[in-house]
Structures are given as C-alpha cells and as structure tokens.
Design a protein around this ligand. Structure first.
Ligand code: GDP
Length: 506
C-alpha cells in the first residue's frame, strides 16, 4: 500500500531572502530587489488563487480529475497515454481496474479538450501508429492534453460522469520547479559542484574551462554568455543521450527551447560568483542573474501556475532499465530526480489559500516502464528496487502530502515469454519481432523476424548496474478480450489505472 507523506515547505516560497554568497548588506539595489521579489511573489500567489478558484467552481458541477503524465524523454509517456486511452474507450483487458472489471463503466469517449492554448494530444495518430502500422509513435516534445469522459455507475447504482483530463508534459520541465526556490547564486554553486564531481563521460570540461575565463565581476560580455550557454546546453544534451545525470537536466527548456530558442532567457549559465559580495551593476554576474530570473518568470512560473498546480494525480514514468544499464552513477541520479519530483509535489501546499481553493496532487505513482523487456520473474525485483529508491527519496524529500505507490509496467506489451532449451539447460526468454534496423548477436533485422532473447536476470539484491540486454521490439498485434473486443496487451496498466482514478469511480 502507498505510504502517506505530509506537506512541507514549497519551492514557490523562497528558501531564504538572500543568496548564500551575496552580502546581507542593505544596499539600495538589494532592498529594492527584496521588495520587488516580495511583490512578484504576492502577484503570483494571487494569480494562482484566481486560477484555482476557477477550477474549483468548474469541478463542483463537473467532477474532473487532472492526471499529469510525466517522465524524462523516451520514458514512455506517449505510449502510456495512448494505451491507457485505447483501453478505456475500447474496453481493454483490465481485470484489476475494478469499475471496468465489474461492468460499472457504461462507456468512455473523447471530448474536446478544454484549454485553448494547449495542443491536443494526438491520440488518433499515435493509436494508428501502434495498432495499424505496428510502429512506436513520435515521442513527447512539449505539453499536450486530452479529455476523456467516463460514464459510470456508482457502487450505489446511480449513473455519474467523471471527466479525466490527461496532461502530458516533459519531465525536464518538472525538474525545473526547484529553480523557483533557488537564487541564481545557489543554483550556480550547486550546479558547478555537481559538474566538478562528474567522473565519467560525458565530462563538462569544455564548459568548465570556458567559464573559468569569465570574470563574474567584469563588464557584461554577451559573446561570453552565448558561448557559456552553448557549451552548457551541449553538455546537458550529452547527459540526456547517455541517460545520465537525470537530476541535472535543468534548465529543462535548454533542451527543448521551442519559441524561446536564442532568447536572453535561455542564454545564461552558472558562474563561480564570489561569496560575500553583491553583483556589480552591468557585470557578467548581474546579467546572468537577470536572465536566470527571467527564465523563472517566463518559463517556470507560468508552467507551475497553468499546469502543475492544477494537477490532482501524477504518474511519473521512469525508464529504470536504462538507469540500471547506466551503472551506479545513473542510479544515484535517478534517485536525486525522484527526490526532486517529491519535493515538487510539496510546492504550493500549506497556505490558507491552498487549503480553501487549490486542488493539489494527492496521489503519485512512480512507474518503471517497458517491463516487457525482462522476464516476469524479474518484474517483482524491478518493482522492489524502484520502491526502495522511492522510499529513500521520500525520506530525503520529507513529507510530500501525497500517497505514493510504485509499479513496474508495460503500457504495451511487445513480447511474450518462452523457455528455450540451450547447452546450459532451460533459459527463460522473451519473444518478439525486432524493429527494422535492430542488431543482435551480429544479426540484422528487417522488422519481420521473430526472435527469442534471453534478457538476463535482475539480481535479487543490490541492483546497481546492468546484467541484462535489451533490443527494441515492434508493438504487438492486437489481442481479443473475453467479449471479443480488440485490446492491446500490457503488463499492469490496469493496476496503474486503479491507483490513479479507481477511487473516483466508486
Ligand atoms: P516519451 O518520450 O516519454 O513520450 O516516450 P515514448 O512513449 O515515445 O517511448 C519511447 C520509446 O520507448 C518508444 O519508441 C518505444 O521504443 C519504447 N517504449 C515505450 N513504452 C514501451 C512499452 O510499454 N514496451 C516496450 N517494449 N517499449 C516501450
């Protein structure tokens, strides 16, 4: 059962009025910036309350659950949402999703999505890719939404409707939220200390060498800022490609800049700023700080207000097998990222306005995805490992005020299991159709060949690094449910659904 955790301090509230390195003096510019930051915090709180009040009124007449689906790039968000919605509207094989299993769901349908400024999740295209073309769909690049309306019968027999708003957003944006609680000086110090500890490739050497030549107190140099931001971004990209430093992908929009590419709000980097001083006006330091603050104002705060603060439930998808494959450092990073997610869920809790108006995340599910790439004998181990990681993240993050659960799942099960007799005895294998272009054991596949693969075992204790292999398999052909409906095979997708919305369909 999920462990309950309690509210704590939030990132919207500042961790302290002064940066640790800045003088706590009473310079005119220092007191002006303290006042202006207090005013902007107040304005932000007012906007949040207004937004929450509007949602609160709407939900009174139209019960709604806003479900956030997040995870770092390639974690499996697009596939998860597509499979979940397909299962809901086409009646998937979901024995553990109680309202569907007991026949209390009369039907589910897509409805026009409510937020005019947010792109719609392209369900039809993604489902066509998986079901008809048997290809994986294009991955999440930005935020999108989809509305599903579920007609159901309560346990007491009354007919009701629940609106499920699914919000798909990159985990890189979520990991930006802690920036709201950090000054530029704090962020710089933490980031640089992390970079200097990096022990294996990709190493941030070119970036560190470049900023060593930038004097924070000297007159602002735009070209130096552009070069620092470029090298820093290159490093973040390299980390993401290696599935490494998951916790240090912030600022997330450096990796997915969209309309803001090249803007000053995305042209900053951490600098070694001296302790006990104020940033001289017109200096590199002052320029970087101003841009960091702009990033928080134009990117992070609107995301928090318009999307994150409005979520009721959250699933965080984790490509745990990739992290395991990446070794102990990747595992430590994953744990830092989980802690950061839990800290984010404390954001904005605790004030009287929150208590009155703001719906906030009360259930968080951490899901290790792609469990079909290992044998079922290892599923429990994967889940137990993620659970241990989450428990220590909960202990570090403190009380997050939400029920937390952990699951190993495959939103779309691309493999089946078989036993193959080899020289060393019987081997538990997974069988599937390798995607075109995939290689294994020196063989090249064209997308039509079924292969049996021994993925290796996850050890019972002390999972630290990869002892398994995986290749990409094509999505499977549809199965039929007992009623003859076409369904996508999955692993524990129904258990995830039960945790996330089962209680709202009683
Ligand atoms: P996103 O970036 O989080 O939206 O990730 P996607 O949902 O696009 O998934 C990235 C890739 O992971 C896909 O192209 C698939 O190769 C793989 N994948 C995702 N979910 C599953 C799954 O349930 N089973 C298997 N075998 N592969 C999956």
């Amino acid at each position: 059962m999920p462990g309950a955790v309690r509210p704590g301090p939030c990132a919207l509230r500042r961790t302290g009025p002064h940066p640790p390195h800045a003088a706590r003096g009473t310079t005119a510019s220092g007191s002006f910036s303290a006042v202006s930051s207090a005013v902007s915090d107040f304005i932000e709180q007012t906007r949040l309350a207004a937004r929450a009040f509007a949602d609160f009124g709407g939900h009174l007449f139209n019960p709604t659950v806003r479900l956030g689906v997040t995870g770092l790039s390639r974690a499996g968000k697009t596939v998860f949402i597509t499979a979940l919605v397909h299962g809901l509207i086409r009646g998937g094989r979901f024995p553990v999703f109680e309202p569907l299993a007991n026949g209390r769901i009369a039907g589910a349908r897509l409805a026009p999505q409510p937020d005019d400024a947010v792109p719609r999740f392209d369900y039809e295209r993604h489902v066509r890719a998986i079901v008809i073309d048997r290809e994986w769909p294009d991955s999440t690049r930005q935020i999108s939404e989809l509305r599903v309306v579920i007609d159901y019968q309560t346990s007491g027999g009354a007919m009701r409707t629940l609106t499920l708003d699914i919000v798909d957003y990159p985990g890189e944006w979520l990991l930006d939220l802690p920036l709201l609680g950090k000054t530029y000086e704090q962020w710089s110090a933490e980031t640089l200390s992390h970079l200097r500890r990096a022990a294996r490739p990709p190493l941030p050497k070119p970036f560190l060498e470049q900023i060593a030549a930038v004097d924070p107190l000297a007159a602002a140099d735009e070209n130096a800022a552009i070069e620092a931001a470029r090298l820093f971004t290159t490093y973040l990209h390299a980390c993401r490609k290696e599935h490494r430093t998951l916790s240090l992908v912030s600022p997330g929009r450096f990796l997915m800049p969209g309309d803001l590419a090249g803007s000053p709000a995305l042209t900053f980097a951490p600098l070694d700023v001296p302790a006990g001083q104020e940033a001289p006006s017109g200096s590199n330091w002052a320029m970087m700080r101003r841009r960091y603050d702009a990033y928080r104002d134009v990117v992070v705060r609107p995301f928090f207000r318009e999307h994150f603060a409005r979520l009721d439930r959250q699933i965080v998808l984790v490509d745990a097998l990739a992290a395991l494959d990446g070794g102990p450092e990747a595992v430590r990073d994953l744990q830092d990222a989980l802690t950061a997610v839990l800290e984010c869920s404390r954001v904005g809790r605790g004030g009287w306005l929150d208590a009155l108006f703001r719906p906030s995340v009360d259930r968080i599910l951490f899901a290790a995805t792609k469990a079909d790439l290992i044998h079922h004998a290892s599923h429990d181990r994967l889940e137990a490992w993620l659970r241990r990681l989450t428990e220590s993240a909960v202990a570090r993050a403190g009380d997050a005020g939400a029920a937390v659960d952990v699951i190993a799942l495959a939103a779309v099960r691309a493999t089946r299991e078989a036993t193959v007799r080899g020289e060393g005895g019987e081997l538990p294998t997974i069988v599937g159709t390798a995607v075109p272009g995939e290689w294994s054991d020196g063989r090249h596949f064209d997308g039509t060949t079924e292969i049996a693969l021994f993925p290796g075992d996850l050890p019972a204790e002390g999972l630290q690094g990869g002892d398994f292999r995986s290749i990409r398999f094509r999505p499977p052909a549809l199965e039929e449910t007992d009623d003859g409906a076409p369904a996508l095979p999955h692993i524990r997708l129904d258990r995830a659904l039960q945790f996330l919305i089962g209680d709202r369909l009683r």
